[in-house]
Design a protein. Structure first.
Length: 271
């Protein structure tokens, strides 16, 4: 006889331990009515019967017999939403998403819905779902956590970015329209404004610089402004390569194609 869910939980935990102890001691668990003593945090005997029929069980007259066929069970089961565990397994097995991201993405309905809509727009092959998962759980959730109170992923429902816009941003990075660092900056603007990534790139002039002529010009100016560092590099201080690479990215406002810039710098610095 229990009067709250808390009492149910506590008494079950207590009885599990008590009854195991009785059986392990060679005793038998009697069929009795127990109550929960909140002050003593234990169950207490209320009454006992000699056998089950002494409890005088009888059918509820207002509840007619209910026969449910296997077909009906299957029909009802088919209408139920996919459970988080099944969804997580599908993300891992069908889309190749790592377990750690799959757990996060299936923790809230709003999150899994956003992710699946983004996959539909971005693609489900060539590792794209994992790439989306990495950007969502890393970059997008970083902005979400900073903007809200605590790590409540249900706030994603109020974010201005649409799943198709999020997918479009990653396509711009994949197509080398922008580099990854610029992509993160564009995402911040999208989060604040809800604007499309392509429009942000065009309005702010963020397109990646792949023109070797522009990169070569920037490198020449950097060499001229850092003659002593250039001499030290050519004298054997190869760690200065990172310094020059940073200067190239700074000179191009972070828009240079990192691979193209690195290749041109490696060729010119040793020339």
């Amino acid at each position: 006889n229990l009067n709250s869910f808390r009492a149910v939980r506590s008494s079950i935990a207590y009885e599990l331990e008590r009854q195991v102890g009785v059986i392990e001691a060679g005793g038998a668990v009697a069929q009795v009515n127990m109550g929960w003593d909140e002050d003593k945090q234990r169950t207490v005997l209320q009454r006992s019967k000699e056998d089950a029929h002494d409890y005088r069980y009888f059918p509820e007259p207002d509840l007619p017999p209910l026969a449910v066929s296997r077909a009906e069970v299957a029909r009802i089961a088919a209408t139920q939403p996919e459970l988080p565990g099944a969804k997580r397994d599908r993300y891992e097995q069908a889309w190749g998403v790592r377990r750690i991201e799959a757990n996060i993405l299936t923790s809230e309905a709003q999150v899994s819905s956003f992710f699946e809509d983004a996959v539909a727009a971005y693609g489900a092959s060539d590792g794209k779902p994992q790439r989306l998962a990495t950007w969502m759980t890393g970059e997008l959730f970083r902005l979400l956590y900073a903007d809200g109170e605590g790590q409540d992923l249900r706030q994603l429902a109020a974010v201005k970015i649409r799943p198709d816009q999020f997918a479009a941003l990653l396509k711009l990075v994949d197509d080398k329209v922008i580099n990854q660092n610029t992509g993160k900056k564009v995402l911040e603007t999208m989060y604040a404004t809800g604007d499309d990534p392509q429009a942000i790139v065009e309005s702010e002039g963020l397109a990646m610089v792949s023109d070797t002529g522009v990169i070569d010009e920037a490198i020449a100016e950097i060499f001229a402004a850092n003659a002593s560092e250039l001499e030290r590099y050519r004298g054997g201080e190869e760690k200065l390569f990172g310094f020059f690479m940073g200067q190239v990215m700074r000179a191009t406002k972070g828009k240079a194609d990192p691979q193209a810039a690195k290749a041109r710098l490696a060729e010119l610095i040793n020339g």
